[in-house]
Ligand binder design. Structure first.
Ligand SMILES: Nc1nc2c(ncn2[C@@H]2O[C@H](COP(=O)(O)OP(=O)(O)OP(=O)(O)O)[C@@H](O)[C@H]2O)c(=O)[nH]1
Length: 382
């Protein structure tokens, strides 16, 4: 498995976990308060606060604390996979602690006849909460089952073992069959939604990449080049830092195509792009394929002298190091034009581009395989 593949798989897993983290937080948010309110209804109408005030207030406080914890345990902003997995474990821990507490309460309400009619209220709330888990907490099947079990099983066992509670117990078992089916279906639907979301994210990333990258050479394409140049010019105009534009055209490229075929021509363009990528990888450099056999490099932060030296080095490498392609060695010389950005002279990027393009034209006109400066720009001593 290549590093790139492993990295992509990690990114997909992390993307899914991030989505699950956000969903788990949002779905758990309001649920916590439902437990507190439901208990208040059962406790008040079941006279629990008068009969067992300490236990009743302790339950109220515990539900409120757990609900607040769900709220303040916010999703991570930029966690990696393991950090999100840990976050999920803790959040599920809070949710399951709440369901376990309700399970104890339900057992108490079923066991203590002092709750009177509120026993039915507790039973109905328990079924309602189990239904809510089945529908809203389908992200993790095993945790959701554990939640339903913690809510229902203690009270259900009690109902079952008492002959007078057997009918309610039976009703509960039948209802729980529905809850289990609903939970399984909701789990499958949730996973399908995650798959769909991932698919949409992949498509979006692909389109975004295709709109910025030249497919043959994998350099930045004309659009990204123009955006970066525009951005760099805005900053250069504001800060006065230097910015130089380099345009490069392969000499007699048609001959390479005609002599060796179009596929060798393509391979030659890819090789030149690879050399450009190696030669122009300093911070502020952006090599790009502008179209056909024409390339450009944004040299953000570079004055004309440094740019000239680097352009000359690249030209020399092209002239002296043939490219080995499909059994043939091709020498592809290049004509390069340079223009330094001057906000007083260049009204917009088109003006800078035309200046550099004029320099390429001058290089072609004076014999090719050379670097020319745009006429308005003078090289100054370093
Ligand atoms: N193989 C290949 N050829 C391309 C591609 N894009 C443009 N070309 C070819 O590049 C050649 C450019 O030819 P011209 O514009 O006449 O320029 P040139 O032959 O390089 O001559 P000068 O620029 O004057 O030195 C044409 O033959 C195009 O078909 C491409 O993606 N792949």
């Amino acid at each position: 498995m290549s590093d790139a593949y492993a990295g992509a798989m990690d990114a997909i897993r992390t993307g899914r976990l991030q989505q699950e983290m956000v969903d788990t937080y949002q779905r758990a948010l309001t649920g916590g308060m439902f437990y507190a309110v439901s208990w208040l209804v059962v406790g008040l109408y079941g006279d629990a606060f008068a009969r067992a005030p300490a236990a009743s207030w302790a339950l109220t406080l515990a539900f409120l604390l757990l609900a607040t914890w769900r709220f303040v345990h916010r999703p991570l902003q930029d966690g990696d996979g393991p950090a999100i997995a840990n976050w999920l474990l803790l959040h599920w821990g809070i949710v399951l602690a709440t369901t376990a507490l309700w399970g104890v309460l339900f057992f108490w309400a079923m066991w203590d006849p002092g709750f009177g009619r509120a026993q039915t209220t507790a039973l109905l709330f328990t079924l309602g909460l189990a239904t809510a888990i089945a529908h809203a907490f389908s992200m993790r099947r095993s945790f959701a089952f554990a939640g339903v079990a913690l809510l229902c099983v203690p009270g259900l066992v009690l109902l079952w073992v008492r002959p007078e509670g057997r009918a309610d117990g039976l009703m509960m078992v039948i209802y729980l069959v529905y809850v289990v089916i609903a939970l399984l279906r909701a789990y499958v639907e949730y996973q399908q939604r995650l798959d769909l979301d991932q698919e949409l994210r992949n498509q979006r990333d692909l389109f975004s990449r295709q709109s910025r990258i030249d497919p043959l050479t994998e350099l930045a394409n004309r659009r990204q080049f123009a955006d970066v140049l525009d951005h760099a010019a805005g900053r250069a105009a504001g800060t006065g830092s230097p910015l130089t534009l380099l345009l490069l055209d392969v000499d007699h490229f048609k001959r390479i195509n005609d002599s060796h075929g179009h596929s060798v021509g393509d391979a030659c363009l890819m090789a030149i792009a690879a050399r450009l990528r190696t030669a122009f990888q300093q911070p502020g450099d952006l090599p790009a394929r502008i179209g056909g056999e024409e390339f450009g490099v944004v040299l953000d932060g570079q004055g004309i002298n440094a740019a000239l030296a680097r352009a000359e080095a690249f030209r020399l490498e092209q002239a002296t190091h043939p490219i080995a392609l499909e059994g043939v060695a091709v020498t592809a010389t290049v004509s390069i034009g340079l223009a330094q950005y001057d906000p007083a002279v260049h009204d917009d990027m088109d003006a800078l581009y035309h200046a550099a393009d004029g320099a390429v034209y001058a290089a072609k006109a004076t014999g090719r395989d050379r670097v020319c400066l745009a006429p308005a720009v003078e090289a100054v001593p370093a």
